[in-house]
Ligand binder design. Structure first.
Ligand code: FAD
Ligand code: DHB
Length: 395
């Protein structure tokens, strides 16, 4: 088999790249180890930055999102039992975020690729990469019980944090920088009514809590737990008790509850792999970087990796033969990645209860929240990062 661009992984990064390349007339093949049902059913992100919303619309896959998603003009930050609204719309000159689940974005992109005749090979097994530092790299894999080889001009590793592609960078070149947080997030999907018109990020003595939404009938909420907790120690009753305690306010507001449809725990890390390119192999999304979810940046960063540089760099290569933009991919992408790391670390540190903190450190944390919610300058900074920093279009 032969194609121009071989993409490993049908997450947001891989699917969006394949879609954008198709719009430029460049063919690609996606190899995905899971089934279509699996990737379309995995519950993860919920918040799309303004830039991601614009990209989905401009590339023709935003119609259902505009119909079914929820536009939010701000968030609420809660501490000491009091809520503070952050009016992001006003602070960013009219921008907003969209609450539209990641698996719905995946469904829209898969449908668009298949409708356009795009090739996504689901259940591709034992993917391995070869000759990535040569002009014609190859991917070997098993599909339909037989062995295959795909020759490409470029391979793009969009295979998430646990995928095989990153390990192709020799140890002598690859630098992995990471920070592990002592927290985990227990996320639930529950059948209950919308709790609040906007997301609530709450710092509480008992730990962080986040109130989000999916549809008018289904809600998505999170609580900070120990990263090593087994989900079985968290009964539905215990989860609701904890959520309610962490988001209740002094004016008597209560959180609506209901049957929990799904619950799981994710651990939290910050991770950056440098560089994001080796020879004809490029990395995008979680394959190259992980952020803790408090800043709602992971999916959005995956989208900008492919949109800001990769798509344009590949397009330029096929139009002019020049690899100059692709050669700068890593430098350009990493500038944005580090800014998102900084913001995600800031939000995580400010909002989570750290049991190792001294009373002094706890005092500083609450004072940070007091400052950020009372200073227009600080609120503007938080808002422009949360909504998404502008893309830097380099020539
Ligand atoms: P992935 O979505 O991980 O996709 C990688 C794909 O590669 C997978 O389908 C996988 O099956 C496939 N793959 C792996 N190995 C192989 C292999 N060997 N062969 C073939 N295929 C392979 N981000 C936001 O922007 N906003 C949010 O609100 C937000 N909230 C989050 C909440 C939670 C609880 C979590 C866990 C994450 C959240 N994120 C959020 C982060 C976001 O979900 C990820 O950053 C995003 O999925 C990254 O997309 P990706 O395409 O890079 O990787
Ligand atoms: C959701 C996830 C996040 O990480 C976040 O910061 C806000 C909302 C969500 O799943 O709805």
């Amino acid at each position: 088999m032969k194609t121009k661009v071989g993409i490993i992984g049908a997450g947001p990064a891989g699917l969006m790249l394949s879609h954008l390349l198709h719009l430029e007339g460049i063919e690609s093949v996606i190899l995905e180890k899971r089934s279509r049902k699996d990737i379309e059913g995995t519950i993860r992100a919920g918040v799309l930055e303004q830039g991601t919303v614009d990209l989905l619309i401009a590339s023709g896959v935003g119609e259902r999102m505009m119909r079914e998603g929820h536009t939010h003009h701000g968030i609420e930050l809660q501490f000491n039992g009091v809520r503070h609204r952050v009016n992001m719309h006003e602070l960013t000159e009219g921008k907003s975020i969209m609450v539209y689940p990641q698996h719905e974005v995946i469904k829209d992109l898969v449908a668009a690729r298949l409708k356009a005749g795009g090739e996504i090979l689901f259940n591709a097994d034992n993917v391995s990469l070869h000759d990535v530092d040569k002009q014609s790299p190859k991917i070997r894999f098993q599909y339909d019980d037989s062995d295959h080889e795909l020759s490409c001009d470029f391979i793009i590793g969009c295979d998430g944090y646990h995928g095989p592609s990153r390990k192709e960078i020799p140890d002598s070149i690859r630098k992995e920088k990471q920070h592990i947080y002592p927290f985990g997030w227990l996320g639930i999907l529950a059948k209950t009514s919308i709790a609040n018109p906007e997301l609530i990020y709450s710092n509480h003595d008992r730990g962080f809590a986040l109130i989000s939404t999916r549809t008018p009938e289904i809600q998505r909420h999170y609580i900070q737990v120990d990263r090593n907790d087994d989900i079985n120690i968290w009964s539905d009753d215990r989860i609701w008790t904890e959520l309610k305690a962490r988001v209740e306010t002094s004016d008597g507001w209560t959180l609506p509850d209901g049957p929990i449809l799904q619950k799981n725990i994710v651990s939290m890390r910050s991770f950056v792999c440098e560089p994001m390119q080796y020879g004809r192999l490029f990395f995008a999304g979680d394959a190259a970087h992980i952020v803790p979810p408090t800043g709602a940046k992971g999916l959005n960063l995956a989208m900008t990796d492919v949109h800001q540089v990769l798509q344009r760099g590949i397009e330029r290569f096929y139009k002019t033969g020049s690899e100059d933009l692709l050669d700068r991919y890593s430098d350009i992408a990493l500038r944005r990645v580090w800014k998102a790391q900084r913001f995600s670390n800031y939000m995580t540190t400010m909002l989570h209860r750290n049991v190792n903190h001294s009373p002094f450190e706890r005092g500083i944390q609450l004072s940070e929240l007091d400052y950020v919610t009372s200073s227009r300058a600080a609120l503007t900074s938080l808002s422009e990062n949360y909504i998404g920093l502008p893309l830097e279009w380099e020539a």
